[in-house]
Each structure stands twice: as structure tokens, then as C-alpha cells.
Design a protein around this ligand. Structure first.
Ligand SMILES: *Cc1c(COP(=O)(O)O)cnc(C)c1O
Length: 419
């Protein structure tokens, strides 16, 4: 179940006018769908006191979208200084920003902790001594190593560069206490695009176990556990959607059990990106060429600069052709962009209805890690982003890149140094 039927209908009704007005290519996001997903997430976890989602900004770093999440009560998970700045610019405060970075420089920490600060989620025990002052609230990212299997996309925890190892985790909190930290959280992020809800329940169980272990050794309680993101979405038409209800039910049970046993319980934080916006965005692109050699090619006016996932991960993105959705004749084609890279293909040997120049292709599920991952290789510029609002008006929420943008970093005072 890629792109929802509801979004497809609302978009299709006005798509030709949108294309006429704005020109292709563009990503367009569904305000209604995003709001519904936000509400659903809050509703299924409502029995866990203090539940909060910190939207992973990297999935869709657009202030207009982030404001929708902010209105829903979400915070933001940021992994770089510019992402923190994005969250601050829309008015996020310290408790609304989780800084989950990796291999972080001292200057990044300084910026993160100034101008109002944020919740620090430290990736290693060695980083404690790099802080000029330990914040009152501190969180560590935990890496269970061989205790857990990762999943296909993210790899095995034992081979991943993230987080504090199991044998150092108690020490990390002990050191922080010695330096004056008073409030604590613990975080992990082990899966990506995981469709099996049980994996996420296991992650909660694992973190609650670690909290238990730490609290038996050190005189602390925990304010929150953060189980990371990684909830999957069904990209292919035959994939089953993630069972959020079952995850919420079993997670709530774990929290109740903990509370019954200890008389207190941490809050639950999450930092999903893909699950919140992924299905609510599409890339709209026009057919500009056909080519028929050893294979049939459909050339479109977007390229990898707008969507890397197919080329980078061999990821499937469902495609429909506007107005030809019910066509019974199909042909096998590769849908390609203009980059000088043979991986610049949105679909490989896909059965699609025959197209003509000017036909509009809708590439599904580009609402997360889509535009955000785009790049400028080969001089290709990133496209604009639009928002289909609830009242069916369409708002430009990011303009397309221009040649001036491309040349901007070449404009500087000539600086030659002789040594
Ligand atoms: C990428 C990332 C996320 C979001 O992942 P999704 O698969 O989009 O849910 C959350 N937390 C961290 C630390 C990440 O690196």
C-alpha cells in the first residue's frame, strides 16, 4: 500500500493544473496525511505517560513540514548544527531538540549547547570530557553489540559506529553523575525501515532492561528511554504495513510492568522520520524522451538529484502514470534521469503503461529521505517542494535550485597563500 488512495484522488483531481502552474519536477507532500499520521502516533501511545515523538529532521528538513509536527506537539531529532538551527528557527526550545550526533566536534557541541541548548544524546563515553560543562540532563546512545541483530539496511550493531558499548554504559552514567549530571535518558537506534513491529518491541524491552541494570548499580532513575526511529513503510504494493497498534499495545504492557515493579517508569520517546512523512510525499516528473535499444527507456525530467534511494539502495518506489492508471497494456521499461551514472534509474524493468512525451509520472513514497538526500553531482539541481494543504490549495515550500545556487560557493574573495 504505497501512496494512500485518499492522497492519490485528491492529488489527481488537480495534478494537471499544479503541473501547469509550477512546472515539473517537484516533490509534493500531503498535509492531511501527515497530520493524520501524527495524530495516530500520539493516539496509539496515549497510555504511556509523557510519550513524545522527536521527528528525525534529516528525513524531510523543511520548516513548513516541521511546523505541522510542532503543532502536533512533536520535538525534533537533529544530527547536525544546521538541523538544530532549522528547529530553532521555527521556535523550538531546549526540550524540543534532541541532538543525536556521531563523531561530533567540540565546536558542534558548543553551538548545540549555546543559544538555548538542547537535549544532548552522546554517542561515546569519550565525549563527556569534550564538553566544557556537563548539562543537567544527559542521554547516551546505547549499542548492544552482538546482543542484538540489526536489520538488513542498517547492518549489525557490532559493526556499527554508533553508540556506547555495553561494557561502558554504566561507566558513562557514573562519570556523568560525578561531573554533576542530575537527569538521565538512554537512546538506541538499531533498525531502519523495519516492517516487523516485534523488533521495535524488543528494542523497548532491551532499553528497559538496561535501565534496570544501571539503576541497580547507580543511584539514578531515568527520565526517558528513546527507542529511535526505523519504523518501516511498505514501498512495494505487496508489502504489509507496519503493525503500529500491536507495537503500541505490547510496548504499553512493558511500561506498565516496569511501573508495577519499581513504582516509577521512564517516558517513551521515539524519533521516527520515514514513518511520519514517507508515504505522504511523491515526486512528480514529466516524460521527455523515449529510447529503444537493448531495453526500452522512458526518460523523465527528474534525476537522482531529486531522489537517490533507487540508485543508492536499489530501493523500489512505486510509479503510476497520471490518467493511465487503469491501462491494461503494459511494457517493460527502465525509467531514467539524465545523470551520467547508469544507476540514475527510478525503475528497472518495470511494467508500466506505454507513455507519451508530456505524460506525468508520479513516483510514490518520497516524503522521507527523498529531496533531503538529493545532491548536485553532474551539475544537476534539486527540484522544488510543494505542499498540498488540507483546503486543497498548493503552497510552494521550497523553490528549485538555480544556477546561481550552484555557483554560489565559487564566489569569494580570491585568497592565495604563499608558504
Ligand atoms: C535516520 C535516523 C532516524 C530516522 O530514521 P527513520 O528510518 O527515518 O525512522 C532516527 N534517529 C537517528 C539517530 C537516525 O540516524
Amino acid at each position: 500500500m504505497p501512496m494512500s488512495e485518499s492522497y492519490k484522488i485528491r492529488l489527481s483531481n488537480i495534478l494537471p493544473q499544479i503541473v501547469d502552474t509550477f512546472g515539473t519536477p517537484f516533490h509534493i507532500y500531503d498535509e492531511k496525511g501527515i497530520k493524520e499520521t501524527c495524530r495516530r502516533l500520539i493516539s496509539v501511545f496515549k497510555e504511556i505517560e509523557g510519550f513524545r515523538e522527536y521527528f528525525a529532521v534529516k528525513a524531510l528538513p523543511n520548516p513548513s513540514i516541521m511546523k505541522i509536527m510542532q503543532a502536533a506537539g512533536f520535538g525534533f531529532d537533529c544530527s547536525s548544527v544546521p538541523e538544530i538551527e532549522l528547529a530553532r528557527q521555527i521556535g523550538s526550545n531546549r526540550d524540543d531538540i534532541m541532538f543525536t550526533s556521531n563523531n561530533t566536534s567540540t565546536s558542534q557541541f558548543e553551538t548545540a549547547l549555546s543559544n538555548g541548548g538542547c537535549i544532548l544524546n552522546l554517542d561515546d563515553i569519550s565525549l563527556i570530557s569534550k564538553l566544557t560543562k556537563i548539562p543537567e540532563l544527559i542521554c547516551f546512545r546505547y549499542n548492544p553489540g552482538s546482543r542484538r541483530k540489526g536489520n538488513k539496511i542498517i547492518g549489525n550493531p557490532a559493526e556499527s559506529k554508533y553508540g556506547v558499548g555495553h561494557d561502558q554504559i554504566i561507566d558513562a552514567y557514573a562519570k556523568s553523575i560525578a561531573l554533576g549530571a542530575k537527569r538521565f535518558g538512554i537512546h538506541t537506534m538499531l533498525a531502519s525501515n523495519e516492517l516487523n513491529y516485534e523488533y521495535m518491541v524488543e528494542t523497548t524491552r532491551m532499553l528497559l532492561d538496561i535501565v534496570e541494570m544501571i539503576c541497580k548499580t547507580l543511584p539514578v532513575t531515568f527520565e526517558f528511554i528513546n527507542i529511535g526511529g526505523g519504523l518501516g513503510i511498505p514501498y512495494t504494493p505487496d508489502a504489509f504495513p507496519f503493525n503500529l497498534d500491536a507495537m503500541a499495545l505490547e510496548t504499553t504492557e512493558l511500561f506498565q510492568k516496569f511501573k508495577n515493579q519499581y513504582g516509577w517508569v521512564p517516558r517513551l520517546y521515539m524519533e521516527s522520520g520515514r514513518y511520519i512523512t514517507g508515504p505522504h510525499g511523491v515526486l512528480v516528473t514529466s516524460v521527455i524522451n523515449h529510447k529503444n535499444i537493448y531495453r526500452k527507456y522512458v526518460g523523465v525530467d527528474a534525476s537522482m538529484s531529486a531522489l537517490m534511494r533507487p540508485g543508492m539502495y536499489d530501493a523500489y518506489h512505486h510509479i503510476h502514470i497520471h490518467g493511465k492508471d487503469t491501462s491494461s497494456t503494459l511494457e517493460k521499461v527502465d525509467v531514467v534521469g539524465a545523470l551520467c551514472e547508469n544507476i540514475d534509474k527510478f525503475a528497472v524493468q518495470r511494467d508500466l503503461p506505454p507513455t507519451e512525451e508530456g505524460d506525468i509520472l508520479v513516483i510514490h513514497d518520497t516524503g522521507a529521505h527523498g529531496h533531503a538526500m538529493g545532491f548536485n553531482y553532474n551539475g544537476h539541481l534539486r527540484p522544488k517542494e510543494l505542499l498540498l494543504k488540507e483546503d486543497l490549495s498548493v503552497e510552494l515550500i521550497r523553490r528549485a535550485e538555480t544556477m546561481e545556487d550552484y555557483f554560489a560557493t565559487l564566489k569569494f574573495d580570491p585568497a592565495v597563500h604563499r608558504f
